[in-house]
Design a protein around this ligand. Sequence first.
Ligand SMILES: N=C(N)NCCCCNCCCN
Ligand SMILES: [Mn+2]
Ligand SMILES: [Mn+2]
Length: 288
Amino acid sequence: MDFLYTYESLKLEFPLTDPEKAKFVILGVPFDGTTSFKPGARFGPTLIRHATLNLESYILDYDVDIAEFPIADIGDIAVVAGDPRKTADRVRETIEELKRVNPDALPILLGGEHSQTLGAVEALKPASYVVFDAHLDLRNSYEDNPYSHACVARRISELGIKEALFGIRSGTKEEVEFAEENGIRWVHARDYSFDSFVDLVESLPEPVYLSVDIDVFDASMVPDTGTPEAGGLSFWDVVEAIEWLTANKRIAGFDIMEVAGTELGGVTALTAAKLMFYFIGAMGKKML
Ligand SMILES: N=C(N)NCCCCNCCCN
Ligand SMILES: [Mn+2]
Ligand SMILES: [Mn+2]
């Protein structure tokens, strides 16, 4: 039976739809195994869902209420602790299963380490990968692990998927050279502008997978993430990019990764939750 004042505390507050019928399908990936600096990514999905309690589902600047959109939440992936590849396999299989029952479903991953984006990309096979991140994530291997979060853009590029990276302010010389040799274009956080985004993304083939590593934002906004970096983008920088992308390109999937922390109500999860609402609002507006 349903009670008037209760809801599934680990699910979103607003009315949810069956995954078979939903347009937006939320999937948590609480993987926390290769982060090199701050722990807590395993709590990311729960922290983001909890943070949604603080937000209005009505988006002022869009005049839309995302509670009216068909959204499902299929819960969290049971992770294989310490094994990002095996966990990403589960992500891939889960999304493949979802797309079989609902080919129109748009998966929204909440993480959890960025390594898990690989599983979603493998399932959805986009033509392009657009990512907001402080880091290049183009290492061939990190701490002896080719499936570390620090290698995810490299693994995705090896699938033949075109890439564009924004908000970057951390990487190695080898990563920069790999990008150059492989035609991977990226914009430093210092040089980021809306025009620089459109410039790189305009010619990318569709559909596009959009990934937001939460550490792209300035470290002051997102202290609860595995590897925070000063000098990041603003909230509206990323929202405006999402608006352009959802209006101009077909989107295969979306994620917000690397949210961590151990305390409810933190500003990092609030930033992630608000960004998810804007993404759903921008995508949903098109369906009205
Ligand atoms: N994609 C990422 N998040 N990469 C993080 C790499 C951290 C490198 N620390 C190097 C410290 C050298 N003393
Ligand atoms: Mn990062
Ligand atoms: Mn990353």
